[in-house]
Design a protein. Structure first.
Length: 365
């Protein structure tokens, strides 16, 4: 979990840059497409307006031969006859600031139109219809002729509204697809990194467990080897040949006043006292003066720590049952270690719980 949070924090700047960059590229792409479309529309609009102006110019040229007094009426009639007018494209005629004709006769005869000048009329049309493009030229007779075309009308007849929508839609779809692809690749990258981290963690954990198991086996083998060595040393020291034991042997009696509790079927019994009688059969393994008090003092010092105490509180009886047999084996091993440095060897031990119950261990058997 911590690694995933660290991974997310490490990827946050990259994700921000990726998201911002993708959005910026998408906006730039749409802006470039719109700029290209606007440029193309502007070109087409100018071309269309020039074509309509040329058509009106041709009509004006046909009317140039008319007398001055009939010229305006004839010009208006020719325009109405030869040029299709509507709210989207129309022609106006002006002279000396006076609006003589606009769109058609019906429009010109409207009372509200007659009261307007050209500027006011165009503002009125743009307010209701939208922006217009105007191309103006002068006739030889001093009349100003203007051709007005509504921008949206040109876009419609050229199909640019639908084209613009299609391009914009395709651009948005392309940008969305690009974002989705980028995020999918980012998702795959993060998922791959998380998988690598997870597998690396599992591998490290397994490696640690393997090292622990190897170390455990090594310690077990070492302990087993040491146990075998100790057992061999003990066997070498304790298992004596009958001929090596001196014929002169001694017997010492000691008493241990203590308590213990026996486990029966896994249940600990009540603590109860005993006076154990301990009989040691020993032999002096070296020559020299025999000092009995030396043996007695050493054994008494050893037993003193257990006097009037509970045997279960001492090792190894915190984990093993302090039965008569286990206690006898413990005393033999422990007292053997105490007396051997003094040149004494215990070859038999007798421990009695009661006068009628004695357990014997002998190294001679």
């Amino acid at each position: 979990m911590k690694k995933n949070r660290k991974l997310r924090r490490a990827d946050s700047p990259f994700n921000f840059i990726l998201t911002f960059g993708t959005l910026l590229l998408g906006i730039l792409f749409v802006w470039i497409m719109k700029l290209e479309m606007d440029t193309q529309i502007e070109t087409e609009l100018k071309t269309y307006l020039q074509q309509q102006q040329q058509a009106v110019c041709n009509i004006v040229l046909q009317t140039e031969a008319e007398p001055e007094d009939t010229y305006p009426d004839r010009l208006i009639a020719n325009i109405e006859e030869g040029f299709e007018t509507s709210a989207s494209q129309f022609v106006y005629i002006e002279k000396a600031g006076q609006l003589l004709f606009v769109k058609n006769t019906a429009e010109m005869n409207a009372v509200e139109v007659q009261q307007l000048d050209l500027t006011s009329y165009m503002k009125r049309m743009e307010k209701s219809r939208g922006a217009y493009r105007t191309s103006v030229f002068q006739t030889e007779n001093g009349y100003t002729v203007g051709v007005c075309v509504r921008e949206d009308y040109v876009k419609t007849i050229m199909g640019y509204d639908m084209m613009y929508m299609h391009i914009l839609m395709y651009g948005i779809i392309a940008a969305v697809c690009f974002v989705m692809i980028v995020y999918y690749l980012q998702y795959v990258r993060i998922k791959g990194r998380r998988k690598i981290n997870r597998l690396t963690g599992e591998l490290q954990q397994k490696q640690l467990l393997l090292e622990q198991e190897v170390e455990k086996n090594r310690l077990a083998e070492k302990q087993a080897g040491e146990a075998k060595m100790l057992q061999a040393q003990r066997t070498e020291k304790e298992v004596l040949d009958l001929e090596s034991i001196p014929k002169n042997q001694y017997k010492f009696n000691f008493y241990l006043n203590a308590s213990h509790a026996i486990y029966i079927d896994g249940t600990r019994g009540e603590v109860h006292p005993h006076t154990w009688e301990i009989v040691l059969h020993v032999a002096k393994m070296s020559s020299g003066l025999v000092l009995f008090n030396q043996v007695e003092k050493k054994v008494e010092e050893f037993l003193r720590r257990y006097q009037s105490r509970i045997i279960n509180d001492f090792e190894p009886f915190t984990t093993i049952n302090p039965t008569l047999e286990n206690l006898t084996e413990f005393l033999l091993d422990s007292l053997q270690k105490e007396l051997n440095p003094l040149g004494w060897m215990i070859f038999m031990i007798e421990v009695s719980e009661t006068p009628a119950r004695t357990y014997v261990m002998s190294l001679l058997d």
